[in-house]
Design a protein around this ligand. Structure first.
Ligand code: ADP
Ligand code: MG
Length: 616
C-alpha cells in the first residue's frame, strides 16, 4: 500500500520516511540515524569529515545567516552578530538569565521581565526559538545532502531538567525548521539507549549519566524498568563545562606566561582558542607546545590536571548530591555512562571511575552518543525496532486549584508519559455560570507555592443550584510532555480546552528548589491543608446557614435565630484566628444548633411539597 514520493531537490525516489535523531546542543549539534543494513546508529558525516556542527548562528548586515564552523569563525570579529549558547535561552525570561548576562557577548533584550527573551542583532529581534530553528534548518539541509533524501521527521533531545516551556520551545523550533518533531526525549535517556542499557523488556537497571559538555554539566540518575525511563534525580551546574576548563588554562598562562591582565581582549580571545587546542591535545598527549602572538606557551598534562581539579571536584560533589537526592548508594548503580566532549579529559574519566568505584561506558563518541540514542528512538518510532520499549515520566506534579487555594493533583510527579487523568468538580454558588480552571505544576499543597501554567474560564454553564453541575476536568499529556487541559460541564455539554504553553520557563534551580521545598515543607503543608479544608467547610456551613435563616426566617423562633447568629459569629472568629481545632469545633456546634429547626422546617416544606407546592 506504500506511497512513493519523489524528492524534487535531489531527484531521488523515496519509498519510506527517514526519521532522524537530533542532538541540539549548547555548543555542538548533530544528526544521527540508524543504518538499514547494520541496524546500528551512526552520526551523519559531511564531506569535511565532521559530524558536529557548532551551535552558532552568524547574521550578516542583510540578515543572511551562516551556521556552524563558518559562524564560529566570526565570533572574534563580530561578537554582536554571532549568536552562541542559544539553548540556554530557550523558554527563558530575561529575569531568568539576567544573573548570567555576562556570559553572552550579544544583545539580550530586557523589555518585560516576565516575557521570553529576545536577541537583538542590528535592527532585528530574534527569539531563541527562531535562532534554534536556523541551527535545525542547517542540520536538516546537511542530512538531506548526505542522504540524498527529503528529511521531515525527527526526534530531538533536551536535558532532563528542561521544563514544559523549554520542551515546547524546542518543539516549536523544530516545526519552524520544517521538521515534524515526533518526540522530544531526555538526553540521559538517549545516551542510555545508545548503549542499549535497560531498554529490553523485563529488565531493571539503575544508571548514572555524567554529561560534561561545552558550557553545562549535569548528572542524572535513571531507573529503567520494563522500558520506562524514570529520572530519579538530576544535579549539576548549568554554568560549568569545557569552556571553564579553557578559561582555567588561560588564567594559568596569563600568570605563568607573564601575559598579564593587561593583555588586550583580542589576545585573550586568541589565548582561549589556543587553550581549547591545548586541552584537546592533552586528552591524548602529555605535553602541549604552541604560541600566541609570537609568545611561546606550553602546558603539561600534570599542570592542566592541577588547574582543573577544583572544577572537576565540583562535578563529583554533584554526583554525590544526585545519589543522595535519588535516595540510593553508589553500589546500586549498574552502569555509568559518559556523555559530552569534555569527558574525553583523562582526569575527568579517572575521577568519575574513582567516585563510582567502577568502569564507565565510554566506548561510543561522547559528543555523539546523545544523537545516536535519539536515532535509536527514531528507529523505534519508525517501527523498525520492536525489541525496545520507551516511555518517559513527568518531572513535577500537575493539578488544578480547588477551593481554598488547595492544589488538587491530577497527574502526580514521575507519572508515565503519555498520560491522561480526569476528575469531576462542581459549583460553589447557586446559578454559577462560569468556572475558573487554574492549572498548576509543583509539589506543594497550596497552589500559591506552585507554578501557574495556565488559566481559563469555562463559561455558559446553565443556571443550576450549587453542587448540581458536573464539571469534568481532563488532563492529557502527549508523548512530548505537553499538556492539554479540557473542562466540560457534563449536564449541558459546555466545553473548553487549552493547550498549556507556559509564559516563561523555570530555571533548573527553580525546579530543583520546588522539589526541595516540597520535602522541607511537607509537615507544614499538611498543617496548612488541614486548616484550609476546615476553613472551606466552615465557610460553606456559614453560607448555607445564612441562606437558610434568610429564607425561612418566619419559621424560626426569635431565640433560635439569635443563638444561630451567636454561633455563626463564634465560627467566624475561629476562622479569623486560623485555629483549625476551634474551627472544627465551632462548625460542629453551629451544626448542632441549627439541626433541630432545619429538620422541622424541611419536614414542613416536604409536607407542603406533597401538597403539590414547589420546595425551592
Ligand atoms: P554540548 O553538549 O554543550 O553541545 P559537547 O558535548 O559537544 O557540548 O562538548 C563540547 C566540549 O567538549 C567543548 O568544550 C570542547 O572543547 C570539549 N572537547 C571536545 N573534544 C575534546 C577533547 N578531545 N578533549 C577535551 N575536551 C574536548
Ligand atoms: Mg550535550
Amino acid at each position: 500500500m506504500g506511497k512513493v514520493a519523489i524528492n524534487i531537490a535531489t531527484g531521488s525516489l523515496q519509498t519510506e520516511d527517514i526519521i532522524v535523531g537530533i542532538d541540539l546542543g549548547t555548543t555542538n549539534s548533530l544528526v544521527a540515524m540508524v543504518r538499514k543494513d547494520s541496524m546500528q546508529p551512526i552520526a551523519l558525516r559531511e564531506t569535511d569529515g565532521l559530524t558536529l556542527v557548532p551551535s552558532i548562528v552568524h547574521f550578516d548586515e542583510y540578515g543572511g545567516t551562516t551556521v556552524g564552523t563558518p559562524a564560529r569563525e566570526k565570533l572574534l570579529q563580530e561578537p554582536e552578530r554571532t549568536i552562541y549558547s542559544v539553548k540556554r535561552l530557550m523558554g527563558k525570561s530575561y529575569k531568568d538569565v539576567k544573573d548570567h548576562a555576562g556570559v553572552f557577548a550579544y544583545n539580550i533584550i530586557d523589555d518585560d521581565t516576565d516575557a521570553l527573551v529576545k536577541i537583538q542583532v542590528g535592527q532585528k529581534f530574534y527569539t531563541p526559538i527562531e535562532l534554534s530553528s536556523y541551527i535545525l534548518k542547517e542540520l536538516k539541509k546537511r542530512a538531506e545532502h548526505i542522504l540524498k533524501a527529503n528529511i521531515s521527521k525527527a526526534v530531538i533531545t533536551v536535558p532532563a531538567y528542561f521544563n514544559d516551556a523549554q520542551r515546547q520551545a524546542t518543539r516549536d523550533a523544530g516545526r519552524l525548521a520544517g521538521l515534524d518533531v515526533l518526540r522530544i526525549i531526555n538526553e540521559p535517556t538517549a545516551a542510555s539507549l545508545a548503549y542499549g542499557i535497560g531498554a529490553k523488556h523485563h529488565e531493571e537497571k539503575t544508571i548514572a549519566v555524567y554529561d560534561l559538555g561545552g558550557g553545562t554539566f549535569d548528572v542524572s540518575i535513571l531507573n529503567i524498568t520494563n522500558g520506562i525511563f524514570e529520572v530519579l534525580s538530576t544535579n549539576g551546574d548549568t554554568y560549568l563545562g569545557g569552556d571553564d576548563l579553557d578559561n582555567a588554562i588561560v588564567q594559568y598562562w596569563k600568570t605563568e606566561a607573564g601575559l598579564g591582565e593587561s593583555a588586550d581582549k583580542m589576545k585573550v580571545q586568541a589565548l582561549r582558542v589556543l587553550a581549547e587546542e591545548a586541552k584537546k591535545h592533552l586528552s591524548d598527549n602529555e605535553v602541549f607546545d604552541g604560541s600566541v602572538n609570537g609568545v611561546a606557551v606550553s602546558l603539561t598534562r600534570a599542570q592542566f590536571n592541577e588547574v582543573i581539579t577544583p572544577l572537576v571536584d565540583r562535578t563529583i560533589t554533584a554526583c554525590a548530591n544526585a545519589l543522595r537526592d535519588a535516595g540510593i548508594t553508589k553500589d546500586k548503580i549498574d552502569a555509568v555512562v559518559m556523555v559530552g566532549g569534555s569527558t574525553r579529559v583523562p582526569l575527568v574519566k579517572q575521577r568519575v571511575k574513582e567516585f563510582f568505584g567502577r568502569e564507565v561506558h565510554d566506548e561510543l563518541n561522547p559528543d555523539e552518543v546523545v544523537a545516536l540514542g535519539a536515532a535509536v528512538q527514531a528507529d523505534i518510532l519508525a517501527g523498525n525496532n520492536t525489541e525496545m520499549l520507551l516511555l518517559d515520566v513527568t518531572p513535577l506534579s500537575l493539578g488544578i486549584e480547588t477551593m481554598g487555594g488547595l492544589m488538587d493533583v491530577l497527574i502526580p510527579r514521575n507519572s508515565k508519559i503519555p498520560n491522561k487523568a480526569g476528575r469531576q468538580y462542581t459549583t460553589q454558588k447557586d446559578g454559577q455560570s462560569g468556572m475558573r480552571i487554574s492549572v498548576f505544576q509543583g509539589e506543594r499543597d497550596l497552589v500559591k507555592d506552585n507554578r501557574k501554567l495556565a488559566e481559563f474560564n469555562l463559561t455558559g454553564i446553565p443556571g443550576m443550584p450549587a453542587g448540581l453541575p458536573k464539571v469534568e476536568v481532563n488532563f492529557l499529556i502527549d508523548a512530548d510532555g505537553i499538556l492539554k487541559v479540557s473542562a466540560t460541564e457534563l449536564r449541558s455539554g459546555v466545553a473548553q480546552t487549552v493547550e498549556v504553553k507556559p509564559q516563561y520557563g523555570l530555571t533548573d534551580e527553580q525546579v530543583e528548589q520546588m522539589l526541595l521545598d516540597s520535602l522541607t515543607h511537607a509537615k507544614e503543608d499538611i498543617g496548612t491543608r488541614a486548616l484550609v479544608e476546615a476553613t472551606t467547610e466552615a465557610q460553606q456551613m456559614l453560607d448555607t446557614t445564612e441562606r437558610f435563616i434568610e429564607k425561612y426566617r418566619a419559621d424560626l423562633t426569635e431565640e433560635e435565630a439569635a443563638t444561630t447568629r451567636a454561633h455563626m459569629q463564634l465560627l467566624r472568629d475561629a476562622i479569623t484566628a486560623k485555629d483549625k481545632d476551634k474551627i472544627q469545633q465551632e462548625t460542629e456546634s453551629l451544626n448542632e444548633v441549627s439541626r433541630p429547626y432545619a429538620e422541622r422546617v424541611m419536614e414542613g416544606a416536604l409536607k407542603d411539597a406533597m401538597k403539590g407546592k414547589k420546595v425551592i
